[in-house]
Design a protein around this ligand. Structure first.
Ligand SMILES: Cc1ncc(COP(=O)(O)O)c(C=O)c1O
Length: 402
């Protein structure tokens, strides 16, 4: 039977019709296909790599592999004009298997194991981040001659997935560390990096961070340290339930600000993850059961917090598009007005026996949910399968390129 989906006003804003048709075509021609599945749209992936970085002068883009390290995704990216930012031996081994040149790889994980540093260095990678003396000492011993950059701590307000707690130093400490690198004479003090937080909906975060970086560049000059590049990290947002600011617009702002502060003289690195692959992905999942618990309507999907939707417990709010069942009418609302009177509230949970496996408590649907029904989750290409585990025996979604 051909599957039909009711798109409400939220879905229509965030879901590309072209991608939806490709997905429907696939599921209609593969009726017995096992779910959960993650579809990745190849054309959209290629398109994203052309948009990102395009408006920032003198820039180079390194895809943050952690967002989705599926070998099929990496192999598409390998053939494009993009580098890779990696954090672990596992990610390095994925790239090595694909024959990605070391010239296209950097690592921005501020705390690395010695084994990882050695493996990167022997493969030929020469760009390494640090934010502590201990890391500098490791790099001096196992990566002599490397181009090193310090991670600055910057505000993450307005980012739905903050990354400011674990890494980064203030300007004065950054200066002291870069001076220490220079005095050591083994490594090259080459740049500064920061991360404004993932899913950053506040473009001013980049301006504040660029200001901080500029101050550090200036202080370094007074110490005879001439830095060559600024790595502005990741953070570009995508549309989950709300339409996110456009990358073009964010980049125009960043570019303008960089020009004002650095006059186009510094090389810019970018490390986007979510924005490269997030909107290329549609998760296809099924309702495996429903229950009424007191006043609450519960629906259980075959994908949950542990096997794909981990970010749901940290603040990312996905949209859910249920399959139309039977002769339900096509009468979904075209705008927000009246939506909450018409829609019914559900708690969405995953398939495992753990109480943590609750995806979201307030999800509104204008139609019923029933076992066996297919539910699409748009914008699910990033930080889903890469976080997933087979906890409790539930499978990680297969990745299918369409
Ligand atoms: C060092 C580093 N670079 C880049 C990224 C990618 O960020 P995003 O997916 O927000 O673009 C991350 C995400 O955790 C990161 O830690």
């Amino acid at each position: 039977m051909v599957k039909r989906f009711n798109l409400n006003y939220i879905h229509k804003r965030i879901l590309s019709k072209k991608m939806l048709f490709k997905v429907l075509n696939y599921i209609d021609s593969n009726p017995g296909v096992r779910t959960p599945l993650l579809f990745i749209d190849k054309d959209r992936l290629i398109e994203n790599t052309q948009i990102i970085g395009a408006r920032i002068q003198n820039s180079q883009v390194f895809y943050a592999v952690k967002a989705n390290g599926d070998p099929k995704v990496l192999s598409i990216l390998k053939d494009l004009d993009i580098g890779f930012e990696i954090a672990s031996l596992g990610e390095l081994s994925l790239l090595k298997k694909l024959g990605v040149s070391s010239k296209r790889i950097i690592t921005s994980n501020p705390v690395k194991s010695i084994e990882f540093i050695e493996a990167l260095y022997s493969y030929g990678v020469r760009y390494f981040v640090f934010d502590s003396i201990s890391e500098i000492e490791k790099l001096e011993k196992f990566a002599p001659g490397a181009q090193c950059y310090v991670r600055l701590s910057v505000p993450n307000e307005g980012s739905e997935w903050p990354l400011s707690k674990k890494f980064g130093v203030e300007i004065e400490d950054g200066l002291a560390l870069l001076k220490r690198v220079k005095q050591g004479g083994i490594l090259v003090p080459a740049g500064v990096t920061f991360h404004v937080g993932s899913q950053c909906l506040n473009p001013y975060n980049w301006c504040i961070a660029i200001d901080k970086a500029k101050r550090l560049f200036e202080l370094c000059k007074t110490e005879g340290i001439y830095l060559k590049f600024l790595n502005i990290g990741g953070g570009y947002p995508i549309s989950y339930t709300k339409v996110a600011p456009k990358i073009k617009e964010i980049e125009e702002k960043i570019h303008g600000y960089l020009k004002e502060k650095f006059h186009g003289k510094v090389k810019i690195f970018l490390e986007p993850g979510r924005a490269v692959v997030g909107e290329c992905g549609i998760m296809i999942t099924k309702v495996i059961g429903v229950a009424k618990r007191g006043y609450e309507n519960w629906a259980y999907l075959d994908v949950g917090v542990f096997n794909g939707l981990m970010e749901a417990i940290g603040g990312i709010k996905y949209s859910y598009v249920p399959e139309k069942i039977g002769d339900e009418e096509d009468n979904l609302l075209e705008n927000e007005q009246g939506f909450f009177e018409k829609a019914k509230k559900w708690v969405l949970a995953g398939p495992s026996c753990d109480s943590m496996d609750v995806i979201e408590k307030n999800v509104f649907f204008e139609q019923e949910l029933r076992p066996g029904q297919t539910v699409l989750i748009p914008s699910a290409g990033a930080y889903t399968t890469s976080y997933a585990s087979e906890f409790n025996g539930f499978p990680v979604p297969l990745v299918v390129i369409i």
